[in-house]
Ligand binder design. Structure first.
Ligand SMILES: [Zn+2]
Length: 140
């Protein structure tokens, strides 16, 4: 039996990201080379992790379930224009990398390198299939 590659990516509850036209799952599958993607969602994923506290604990506990269930890829997907964590685009990128790192360190039985991703709305003149563009951010 072929082993499926499963990812668990902490995302935002923003309805625009979950609209089929946003193609978030399809893009994540392509970018991560995953067969399936868990998409647990909160208001402002990057901010929720780096602020810590009970919010972070609940997220880590949920993601741990996916990891224990066989997810081998873990990460954070933030997005621009986020009402749950209203900071600048650049601050989102920095916070997302930090959140992914903290998430990876908070999990048990996970020794992978967490991925950081950000989604931005497609520009009007952009020839792209979906309404949101997901980009993988490198850790510097
Ligand atoms: Zn948001």
């Amino acid at each position: 039996m072929e082993t499926k590659i499963i990812a668990v990516i902490l995302s935002c509850m923003d309805c625009r990201l979950h609209d089929p036209d946003a193609g978030i799952i399809m893009q994540l599958r392509d970018i991560l080379g995953a067969d399936a993607v868990y998409l647990p969602s909160v208001a402002g994923p990057d901010g929720s992790i780096i602020k810590g506290g009970p919010g972070k604990e609940k997220i880590v506990s949920d993601i741990q379930i996916a990891v224990d269930g066989g997810a081998s890829i873990v990460g954070t997907l933030s997005h621009y224009d986020c009402k749950g964590y209203p900071v600048s685009d650049e601050e989102h990128r920095i916070a997302t990398v930090r959140a992914s790192k903290e998430l990876g360190e908070s999990l048990e039985r996970y020794d992978g390198q967490p991925v950081s991703l950000v989604a931005r709305p497609r520009k009007k003149d952009e020839d792209f299939q979906y309404t949101w563009v997901v980009e993988k951010i490198s850790v510097h």
